[in-house]
Structure formats: structure tokens, C-alpha cells
Design a protein around this ligand. Sequence first.
Ligand code: HEM
Ligand code: HEM
Length: 342
Amino acid sequence: MQNYNFFFHIRPRKVPGQALRFTLTYGLGGAAALMIFVQLVTGLLLNFAYEPVSVHAYLSVQHIQTEQVYGKLIRNLHHWTGHFLVIVIYLHLLRVFFSGAYFGCRRRSWYSGLVLLLLVLLANFTGYLLPWDQLAFWAVTIASSMLPYIPVFGVFLQKLILGGAEVSEETLHIFHSFHTTLLPLTFLFCMFYHFWRIRKSGGIKIKKQSKQEILPVIPELMTRELAFAAVVLCFLLLFSMFIDAPLTAIANPNLTPVSVKAPWYFLWLQELLLHMQPTLALCVLPGAFAVFLTLLPFIDQTTEKPSKLTKLIMITFVSIIIILTITGIWFRGDGMKLVLPW
Ligand code: HEM
Ligand code: HEM
């Protein structure tokens, strides 16, 4: 077993038989890890042909799609995996929440998870601009125009992210560097820490039983994980083979489209802005949700299970976010007017 020393820092040698049950985790954490790996590999490949200068960025993406061997498939994979990743980690967060697996020694796994959530959103957001088409340009413009409504440091934050007052050549440089160097490195570090913390807290949370069957990770758990990884990969590949990532006309700062929407995972914030006073919209609900997620490991500590009230608060937040996102995607037409999707 000497050769596996590094591996066993993050994986145990033996696990209780109960921990093999699929319905305990639904494979969501593992699927997220696999998808990040897919992003690292496809991202590295795309970066060979991508040119992060505004006059060339769009053409280089077109070149990737039409001239490079499997270029279209690799771009589609990178695009769709990035988007599915957002859904998968939200589901993973909910699974961890409902199993009450964030108390005591699992607190650090929860917090490192929250950092990973932020990183996934940032990776998607910075990647979104890179194709430099109308969709990307205006989606990033509208999303970043929400920042100044954050009190005290909003304007500073906007300038820091965009490298100026609006989306420009400078923004493309900043987003590309962030997307391809700092973010992947931070990802690797945080993921390793996340896995190590899970290992340190005795693996995933299971019900305590007096008699427990103990099984070796290799092959019992490993074969199941590999089979599940194959299913997830097949799904991503098939999806990317049949559905192309969008690429609209080249970005034109002087031509505002009739309806400008933020990337779908930030649409609930844009939707809130249409209903409330901006500072209130961007601070009260998102701020309350962030505080709730941060304080969660300290609520209901004695019972180590989320109480009915805690569950109700979580379900309310999640329902509001889902309803606002669906409204933003399907029920907003030209000029962000409410329309029926059929
Ligand atoms: C890139 C994102 C993430 C990756 C790759 C990841 C990976 C994993 C894996 C592989 C596991 C063990 C198996 C499982 O529970 O499915 C796990 C467990 C865990 N994750 Fe994540 N995770 C991510 C994001 C998050 C987020 C957003 C949270 C919550 C804020 C979170 C909190 C936890 C906790 C508390 C556990 C321990 C659960 C237990 O003890 O049963 N993770 N994660
Ligand atoms: C979790 C990690 C990552 C996520 C979630 C992510 C997400 C994205 C997204 C959503 C896009 C826009 C795709 C499109 O519409 O065309 C994109 C583009 C891009 N990403 Fe990533 N990415 C990740 C990691 C990486 C890494 C590690 C690299 C390279 C080292 C990379 C390089 C690129 C390049 C060159 C593009 C522009 C090409 C294109 O748009 O097709 N990405 N990324």
C-alpha cells in the first residue's frame, strides 16, 4: 500500500458498507469533481488556440469551431459542463443541508464548499466573456452594472473587475488571466482541502449502527465511482455532440440588443432589480441568504439536524431563487417585458 500514500490523504482505505449507498450522496460531490477535471482538460486545450485580444478573440473561437480537430466538441463540452456544474453543486449543497452534514468537525467542509461555490460562479462568469460575441459582451455588461448598487465598495469593485468603468479590452485581459491561471490554481487547492476535510471528519455522514460491515475502498467503492463517472461523462459527451454552444455576432459596444439578460445563474438578481429599489434588491435578499449559509453550522447545533424552521427558511430562499430565475429565462421578452413563453 506504500504507493498509495498520497491518495490515502484524501481517501480512506476502508469504508462502512452503508457509505456505498448511492442515495446517501447521489454521487453529486463526485460528479462536481469530475466536471471540474473535464473543465481543466478542455480549458487547457481551448487555450492553445484562443487569443485573448478583442480583435482576435471572436475569430479564434470561430476558428476553434470550424478548423480545429474536434474543436467544436471541445468547446461545446467546456461550455455545457460549466453550466451543468452550477446545477450539480447547488444540488450537492442541498443534499448536504438535508442530511445535516455540516455540524461540528464537518463545519470546515461546509465552508470550503461555500468557497468552491463562489469559485464555480466566478469561473463561469469570467469564461462567459471570452467568446467576445454580443451575448457575452452584453450579459457581462448588465451583470457588472449591478455592482455599483452595493453600498460603500460597489463602484470600486466594478472598476477592479472590469479594469475601468465599462467592459473593454482591459476586461477581456483581466477575465482571461483570472479564468486560466488564478482560478484553476485556487480550485485545485480548495478541492484538495475539501476532500482532506471530509477524510478528517471520518468520511461522509452515515447513521451510527452498532454492527457495521467494513469494506475495502479498492475495489468496492472505486468500481462504483468509476461506473458513475462513465455515466456522467457519456451524458456530457452526448449532450455536447448534439447541442452547440451559442455564438452570436461579434461584440459591438455601440449596438445594444433589444433584450439584455445576465448569465442565467445571476438572472434572479437582475429579476429582483426589476421589482425593488436596487440597493435593497442586491443587499437584502442575497445578503440574508449569504448570512444564513454562513451561520448554518451554528444553528441547531445541539440536535445536529436542521430543524423544521431552518428547513423552511432554506426552502423559501431556494424557491424564490428558482421562481425568479425561471421568470428571467422564459417569461421576459424584448425590453425585459413580461411575456408568455408559448
Ligand atoms: C466544486 C464544488 C464541490 C466539489 C467538487 C465537492 C466535492 C465533494 C465530495 C466528492 C464529497 C463527498 C461525496 C458527496 O457528498 O457527494 C463532498 C462532501 C461534502 N461537501 Fe462538497 N463539493 C463541492 C461543493 C460543495 C458545496 C457548495 C458545499 C456546501 C456549501 C459542500 C459541502 C460539503 C460537505 C459539508 C460535505 C461532507 C458531507 C458529509 O459528511 O456527508 N461542497 N463534497
Ligand atoms: C471550473 C473551471 C472552469 C469553468 C466553470 C469554465 C467555464 C467556462 C465557460 C462557461 C466558458 C464560455 C464558453 C463558451 O460559451 O464558449 C469558458 C471559456 C473558456 N475557458 Fe473556461 N472554465 C473553466 C476552466 C478553464 C481552464 C482551466 C481554462 C484554461 C486553462 C479555460 C479556458 C477557457 C478558454 C480559452 C475559453 C474561451 C473559449 C471559448 O469560449 O470557447 N477554462 N470557460
